[in-house]
Write a protein that binds this ligand. Structure first.
Ligand code: SF4
Ligand code: SF4
Length: 121
């Protein structure tokens, strides 16, 4: 499917890692001293990372890629622990993505993963 996703200009990227820290979806990784979009399914295309890059190396593009899946994002985040789960919920709340919060919470409950209390409505 065609949708908005980010693209990183490797020639500009200096591998500082700032974008990794601001991507609560866990879509980005450092590989070969450059940031890469390691998980297209986790990139929601909202562009939170774009303005954070000191090298102006990130831009939004329209391209064919897998749909963004909150369930796949949760599968990626759950092993990282409660701190990451909470940060992701905080991110969804900040962007008023309440339906995604409900879906993520239901996904956690179905897997008997403890939901940080502040994430329960
Ligand atoms: S913030 Fe920009 S320069 Fe830093 S790692 Fe990410 S893409 Fe590269
Ligand atoms: S647009 Fe959002 S989800 Fe995609 S890489 Fe940037 S911060 Fe992560």
């Amino acid at each position: 499917m065609k949708r908005t996703i980010i693209e990183i200009d490797a020639a500009k990227c200096d591998g500082c890692g700032v974008c990794i820290l601001c991507c609560e979806e866990g879509a980005l990784e450092i590989s070969g001293e450059k940031a890469v979009l390691a998980r297209e399914f986790a990139c929601d295309g909202n562009g939170s990372c774009i303005g954070e890059c000191p090298q102006n190396a990130i831009k939004a593009v329209e391209k064919d890629c897998p749909p963004c899946s909150v369930f796949a994002i949760m599968d990626n985040i759950i092993p990282k622990g409660e701190k990451h789960i909470t940060a992701y919920f905080d991110h969804l709340r900040k962007h008023e993505c309440y339906e995604l919060m409900d879906a993520a919470a239901a996904y956690l409950r179905a897997r008997s993963v403890t939901i940080p209390e502040k994430n329960i409505k």
